[in-house]
Design a protein around this ligand. Structure first.
Ligand SMILES: *Cc1c(COP(=O)(O)O)cnc(C)c1O
Length: 397
């Protein structure tokens, strides 16, 4: 039996939806994108949603729309897919990395205040692996300094957080804006694609402009116009558009999101009961205020376990089970050896930094090195899941 880390749930519904778009003759950003935007906005309880080509472009676009650029700082986490830090660098700003709280895999809110500098123009927090980060605390600290909070919700479509006693979807948004990804590793996929949700109408309008070269009229308006329309371009901007084929795919998956999440949560619960007292690895725990979509299923190697991450992963691979190590850390990647970043106001160990290590980012480094992600996808069969569990139970103690 071969079990991949993920198998996207794609079928005849997606094929029919995309075929319909192709037959319509309008394949670029158009009516399907507009419909996907409004359906996603209402699914998460946001007033506006703006579709883009990826979550990476979503992050870059929102930073650009906020005017974040050269000489500015953005406080974020290193422990994320590298796109989070790259978006900050792409607009010319410097990432300030805060360590994570291992209980959430997201920003440790207790370290946030000390990481703010006079140049901090935004806080970019991450709902890592679909587990909500400690938003209420982050928003409270940011609010005191009037710093906008952007949520990297790439993995978190369908996740929920309890705010002031009520369950709310991630993406509502709670900060100024939330950014989603529709890469095949995520819960909804359009091949590639992204979405920004916000309650700010003017900001949404600005994002729509910037994603399409800051063009004065959209292609659809020009196409439908009975009078000759000339476009103009008010500032240098981007092509970050989603296509109508992608949006049609996304709409079919969004329509069954509730079912998808229920299935994923049931699979996660099966893993949890089977692995709760495993001697070597520990299943993830949801805190009382979070409902994860289980975009990933991260196991933590128990302290003192005699097997290494690589040994466990190889053992699984030998039994046909794909796995992945924990989320990476931007500060440890060669790309950041010569890219300016900081881990707080006081100087740290520059020599270590050049080697991709940081004394203040210990939890981030540990989470990468002591975590193993298991296969979990909506089409996973009982037999497949039992095979994964059996492989883990066969680990030499
Ligand atoms: C996947 C991911 C991204 C990047 O999303 P793309 O749509 O592939 O650009 C950004 N941040 C996090 C946390 C992710 O997991």
């Amino acid at each position: 039996m071969q079990i991949p880390i993920v198998r996207p749930e794609l079928g005849d519904t997606e094929v029919a939806a995309v075929a319909g778009v192709i037959r319509s003759g309008w394949v670029a950003q158009g009516p399907e994108v507009a419909a996907f935007e409004s359906e996603l906005a209402s699914a998460v309880g946001a007033s506006h949603a703006v579709a883009v080509s990826s979550c990476t472009s979503a992050l870059e676009l929102i930073l650009r729309a906020l005017g974040v650029g050269l000489g500015d700082d953005v406080v974020t986490v290193s422990h994320s897919f590298i796109a989070t830090a790259n978006a900050v660098v792409a607009v010319g700003a410097r990432p300030i990395f805060v360590d994570i709280d291992p209980a959430t895999c997201g920003m440790d809110a207790g370290l946030l205040e000390a990481a703010l500098t006079p140049k901090t123009r935004a806080i970019l927090c991450v709902h890592q692996l679909g587990f909500p980060c400690d938003l209420p605390e982050i928003l409270e600290i940011a609010g005191r300094r009037a710093i906008p909070v952007i949520e990297d919700a790439a993995c978190a479509i369908g996740s929920e957080i309890r705010v002031s006693g009520a369950w709310q979807a991630i993406g509502r948004p709670h900060g100024l804006a939330a950014c989603f990804s529709f890469h095949p590793r995520k819960v909804i996929t359009t091949g590639d694609g992204g979405m920004i949700t916000t309650a700010d109408e003017a900001l949404a309008a600005r994002l729509r402009q910037l994603r399409q070269h800051a063009m004065s009229v959209s292609s659809t308006i020009r196409h439908d116009s009975q009078r000759v329309v000339f476009e103009s371009f008010s500032e240098p901007a981007y092509n970050f558009r989603m296509t109508d084929m992608q949006a049609a795919m996304g709409r079919t998956q969004l329509a069954r999101l509730a079912q998808t999440i229920a299935t994923r949560r049931a699979l996660a619960e099966c893993y949890r009961t089977a692995l709760d007292d495993h001697p070597i690895v520990a299943p993830p725990r949801e805190l009382p205020w979070m409902r994860a979509n289980f975009q990933s299923y991260p196991l933590r190697i128990r302290p003192g376990a005699r097997l290494s991450q690589v040994e466990i992963m190889q053992h699984l691979l030998d039994r046909g089970v794909a796995s992945r190590r924990g989320v990476g850390n931007a500060h440890a990647e060669p790309a950041y050896a010569n890219t300016p970043w900081s881990c707080g106001p006081a100087p740290c160990d520059a020599q270590l930094h050049r080697q991709g290590r940081c004394l203040r980012l210990r939890q981030s480094e540990e989470a990468r090195d002591q975590t193993i992600m298991l296969p979990l996808f909506h089409g996973m069969t009982e037999e497949e899941q039992e095979h994964v569990v059996a492989a883990l139970k066969a680990l030499p103690a």
